[in-house]
Design a binder for this molecule. Sequence first.
Ligand code: AMP
Length: 171
Amino acid sequence: MERLKSYIRNIPDFPKPGIQFKDITPLVKEPAMLRLAVHQLIHPFLGEPITGVVGMEARGFIFGSMVAWELGVGFIPLRKPGKLPYDVQSTSYDLEYGSTSLEVHLDAVDESDQVLLVDDLIATGGTARASCELIEKLGAKIVGCAFVIELDELKGREKLAKYKFHSLLHY
Ligand code: AMP
């Protein structure tokens, strides 16, 4: 994990003063590290009856689609407002820096689905919590939530206390 961590670049004061932005691009550029991260994200969920993986725009798409590929299931994108062309369910929430909304297609999941939620990073947990609630509004079950990076001080995992939680790197 220390090796994986050495591929995360810290960018101070981006996108606003005071934010320590964790840049995953050095990690995803390195094939061995990318494979390691994807395998580690999946590990605790092997054996769970997962029918799909949900990822949030935009960096959640990178890890989420690879996790879906590895698990042999489909990928469900949660997108920023106005991007999805069909009928949507949407939710608004606060971020570490600002506020925003996410949308999902109404037919993306249903009561028969059990999904794993994947994102690059959990900060306050607002994005992940809102994403879980969005998926649950459509009737699907959240099997768990997996993140490459957790910003421990922001206690985002407390917002996901009712779900199985997994993160690889701590700051
Ligand atoms: P939050 O809703 O506060 O848990 O924020 C998580 C979302 O914002 C994730 O999709 C991250 O990609 C992004 N994010 C928040 N804080 C940071 C950070 N310090 N570095 C990189 N991405 C961040």
